[in-house]
Design a protein around this ligand. Sequence first.
Ligand SMILES: [Zn+2]
Ligand SMILES: [Zn+2]
Length: 128
Amino acid sequence: MIICKICREKFESNKSMSWHVKHHNLTNKEYYDLYIKSDKEGVCLTCGKPTEFISMNKGYRQHCCKKCLNIDKNVQTKRLNTNIKKYGPRLFLLKKRKIKLNKPYSQNMELVIHMQLKQLNKKLKKPT
Ligand SMILES: [Zn+2]
Ligand SMILES: [Zn+2]
């Protein structure tokens, strides 16, 4: 059940809701930006550039382009293993991306790092 935050009308599906916002003279993106979006959304997790809006249901992409998505997935997990010992997990990523922790997307970053660390720990624990 989705409730329109403007007029409190209830809708069964995201589709009907996305049609409905047009009655308020808003695009899905505008409605999302105004009522749903959080500070951390809409910026690329890799480079911090604005990302594309997908839908009211899905929100924004996490990366601005395929390149950034791949960087986030591959480079980090591969290099994390070696660099983690050098700099420690957080410092390494922050250093590499030249990102300061007080940026709005820092919480997302922390989550990404946390998840990668979990994966890494699993790998390290496996006997080779
Ligand atoms: Zn409404
Ligand atoms: Zn990017």
